[in-house]
Each structure stands twice: as structure tokens, then as C-alpha cells.
Design a protein around this ligand. Structure first.
Ligand SMILES: Nc1ncnc2c1ncn2[C@@H]1O[C@H](COP(=O)(O)OP(=O)(O)OP(=O)(O)O)[C@@H](O)[C@H]1O
Ligand SMILES: [Mg+2]
Length: 417
């Protein structure tokens, strides 16, 4: 629950008035009423019915990026790369409070089932990357389904299938072009390796460029063997070896459901080195200000952009993505887009999220992008919006100051551990 420093809940948002039919349509609403009181209609207008004040509750479920302490472990330095920063989580929490929700930030750990069960939430906004194997992104949605909770974004099947790049490629194969590939589970799998070089080797089920460094392009078998050995040792996950596609890199943001809409196309242009050798690696992402520039719209022929857009929408649909996704392509020597991977949980950092950067360049604010995702999820599941304030109802209250946020001891937002 959003709290102020004295520990009192914030009346963060507007108050919803529901008539009987709306309550019946919402189904779950009765259990979600936090504070309900009858009141007279404002400004002397008699509406001929009692009005109920409802505060809607939203759980922002995430994995907070921990700052690694020196000597903490032997884990790779990108161990926490997928997780979200306190700044991103704080900004989201504040926006949802302004949108009218009573917000609770929950870490997606073993306490989550208990917290979600007792929280009486109307909606879960899921940005949790999860911990564990290739199904880790599916855990929170699966839990929400078990508990009958509405949640944002794709379902467990899509999140698991897209995190496993081999599975995603198999699902799209034949409809959307994707580079040839092999999965290496042990070094013995390289004995009959038959893809043409150069290739790229990367962990099969990691995100945020974990394990993808500037040296992941291999020109021959010995280089590939040594890289696979390192990746298998470091990540303990299968390695995806793919034909290296030298053409331009374009990532596409998509929002929506039945008629998904392209937010924008972002052409990632390297500012150093030979463009054909470019890898949007961990190092390039961390140092994006110096190593790349973003061309939005892409500096590419219009018909090529249209093909990329069509491929992104096809991938979004075929993978059954919901509400939002970012889909990565490289353009092949034939001028066609080659699917690299889909991110149905794209980074939403106001500062560094690729989909955020592209949305801004296309004229969206960060707030517009996030509320669009929220609305898509609310609409898809029939979650009544806190903004449904009838005419005459007092204007939305402003959220109390939530800006200063450390997720350890600042009481501005409740972080349940
Ligand atoms: N087959 C390929 N050919 C050329 N470059 C590739 C290929 N596969 C990956 N890359 C490069 O490596 C980068 C990271 O790969 P990929 O998108 O698969 O990893 P990720 O960790 O899931 O990324 P994200 O940060 O988008 O989640 C790509 O953006 C691209 O620059
Ligand atoms: Mg990617």
C-alpha cells in the first residue's frame, strides 16, 4: 500500500462510483472494496442511487536490482542485469498512484504468494523477470492465474516461450524469417556443428544482453568452442549459436491486443567500429550514450521499414503477446528482417528503456506509454478504472510525494519484504 511517512495509507487516487450494473459486470469488485461509503451526489444533483467510494489496489510486482558488493560471489557481473532499478520502480509506483490506485510494491520472491493472497488486489502490474530457469518470467503470471488475479502483460506460456529463444524461433519459423541456429547443451554438441561461420553464441534463455559481450561473434570452430565453454560455465544454461546477421539492427515496440499498434521502430546505429560487426552487447547497452545512436524512424528505405513492422506484428500475434512487447530484428543480406528475439517484458526505465526511448522519439511521453499498457490490461480483463469518476465527482486528488525513493528504508512507498 502506498504510505506516507507517518505510516498512514495515502488516498492516492480518485474514488470510483459504481452502480449496481457496473458492480455486477466487474464481478470481483465487491471483494476489492477497500473503503466504501455512501454519499450524497455532489452539487445538488440527485442521481437517484447510492454511490460507493472504491479505492482500487494495484500490486507492482518486480525484482529489484541489488547493487553487487565486492567479493559477494563468483557470479558473472551481469547477474542482476535483468532486474529493475529502484528509480524505475519508484517512477512506476508514483504514476500508478497518480492514476488512482493504492499501490503496493512487491518483490517477486517466496513471500509473493502470501502477499498476493492477502492483498486484495484489483490488478497486478507485472515487471518481474523472476529467478530460476527458463520459465522464471512465467512464475508471476502463473501465480496470478492460480489466485484469480488480473495482471498486465503476457501469460505464462508466452513469457516462457519467448525467454527460451530456441522455442520462440521454432514457433515463428516458416512465417517470420529467423537466422539458422543450433542449441549447444554440452561441448559434445559441437562435434557435428554444421552452420556456416561467422556465428554468434549467446545464452539461450537470458535477457538484457546477459552473456552477450562484444566478443560473442565467432569466425571459426575453435573460437566457438572456447566461447561456448565460457558461457556454459558462467550461466549453466544451453547456448544458442546463430548465423551472424550483419545488416542493420532494428527493434520494434508494440502495444495492444486485438489490433496491436506499433509504437515505433528504433534503428540502433553503432558509432564505433564496422557496422556489420556490431553487437548490441551488454557493454554497448551500458555505455549506450557513447557507443550507439538511435535513429527513430530508422535510416532505412521505407519498404524495408514496412517489412520490419509487418514482421513485428506477425511475431507479436504468433507468440500471443499481450499489452506490450519489444521485438528485435536484424536485416539480412536479402533485405528481409530476421527475427532475433521478442521481449514481452521490455525494460520500462524512464531513462534507458529501449521502448521508452523509441516511444519518446515518436511523440509519446513515458507516462503515456505506461498508462497505455495499463489501460490495455484493464480493458482486456474488465478491470474497472479508478479514473471512472462520474461528472460532478471531486477532481482527482494528487498523489502525495512519492518521488524520493530508496527501497530499503524510505517509507514513501510500501515495499513488502
Ligand atoms: N543472429 C544474430 N546476428 C547478429 N547479431 C545478433 C544476433 N543475435 C544477437 N545479436 C546481437 O546481440 C544483441 C543481443 O542479442 P539478443 O537480443 O538475442 O539478447 P538479449 O539479451 O535477449 O537482448 P535484450 O537486451 O534485448 O533482452 C542483439 O541486439 C544483436 O545486436
Ligand atoms: Mg534483444
Amino acid at each position: 500500500m502506498t504510505q506516507v511517512p507517518d505510516g498512514q495509507p495515502v488516498s492516492a487516487g480518485p474514488i470510483v462510483s459504481l452502480n449496481q450494473q457496473e458492480r455486477a459486470e466487474a464481478g470481483h469488485v465487491e471483494t476489492s472494496v477497500l473503503a466504501a461509503e455512501a454519499e450524497e451526489p455532489p452539487s445538488g444533483r440527485r442521481l437517484g442511487r447510492q454511490r460507493t467510494r472504491v479505492r482500487r489496489r494495484l500490486a507492482l510486482v518486480c525484482n529489484v536490482k541489488q547493487v553487487a558488493q565486492a567479493g559477494d560471489s563468483d557470479a558473472p557481473t551481469d547477474e542482476n542485469e535483468e532486474f529493475d532499478s529502484p528509480e524505475t520502480i519508484g517512477a512506476l509506483a508514483q504514476l500508478f498512484a497518480q492514476e488512482g490506485y493504492v499501490v503496493t510494491v512487491l518483490e517477486a520472491d517466496r513471500s509473493l504468494p502470501r502477499r498476493l493472497t492477502s492483498g486484495n488486489f484489483d490488478l497486478v502490474f507485472n515487471i518481474a523477470e523472476g529467478r530460476g530457469g527458463r520459465c522464471r518470467e512465467a512464475l508471476v503470471p502463473a501465480l496470478c492465474e492460480m489466485l484469480g488475479l488480473h495482471y498486465t502483460g503476457s501469460d505464462p506460456l508466452t513469457l516462457a516461450a519467448t525467454l527460451d529463444k530456441d522455442v520462440a524461433k521454432r514457433l515463428l519459423m516458416g512465417v517470420v524469417k529467423t537466422p539458422g541456429w543450433r542449441v549447444v547443451r554440452t561441448l559434445a554438441d559441437l562435434q557435428d556443428f554444421d552452420l556456416a561461420f561467422p556465428v554468434i553464441a549467446k545464452p539461450n534463455d537470458e535477457g538484457s544482453s546477459k552473456g552477450i559481450h562484444d566478443d560473442c561473434k565467432c569466425a571459426d570452430l575453435p573460437a566457438l568452442e572456447s566461447l561456448c565453454r565460457r558461457l556454459l560455465d558462467d550461466y549453466g544454461r544451453p547456448v544458442l549459436v546463430e548465423a551472424f546477421v550483419r545488416g542493420p539492427e532494428v527493434t520494434v515496440g508494440v502495444v495492444g491486443n486485438r489490433q496491436p499498434e506499433v509504437v515505433g521502430l528504433m534503428h540502433v546505429v553503432p558509432t564505433q567500429g564496422e557496422p556489420g560487426d556490431f553487437i548490441y552487447s551488454l557493454q554497448a547497452k551500458r555505455d549506450f550514450a557513447h557507443r550507439v545512436r538511435y535513429a527513430i524512424p530508422p535510416e532505412l528505405p521505407q519498404d524495408m521499414c514496412q517489412r520490419i513492422e509487418a514482421a513485428a506484428l506477425a511475431a507479436f500475434r504468433l507468440l500471443d503477446c499481450r499489452d506490450v512487447a519489444r521485438i528485435d530484428f536484424r536485416v539480412g543480406p536479402d533485405g528481409e528482417p530476421y527475427f532475433i528475439e521478442a521481449n514481452p517484458l521490455p525494460g520500462l526505465s524512464p531513462a534507458t528503456g529501449d521502448i521508452v526511448i523509441m516511444a519518446r522519439a515518436m511523440g509519446w511521453t513515458w507516462e503515456a506509454l505506461i498508462t497505455r499498457i495499463l489501460r490495455e490490461a484493464e480493458f482486456r480483463q474488465g478491470v474497472l478504472r479508478p479514473m471512472l469518476v462520474p461528472r460532478g465527482e471531486p477532481k482527482r486528488k494528487k498523489a502525495r510525494a512519492l518521488a524520493v525513493l530508496t527501497l530499503t528504508d524510505d517509507p514513501a512507498i510500501a515495499v513488502l519484504r
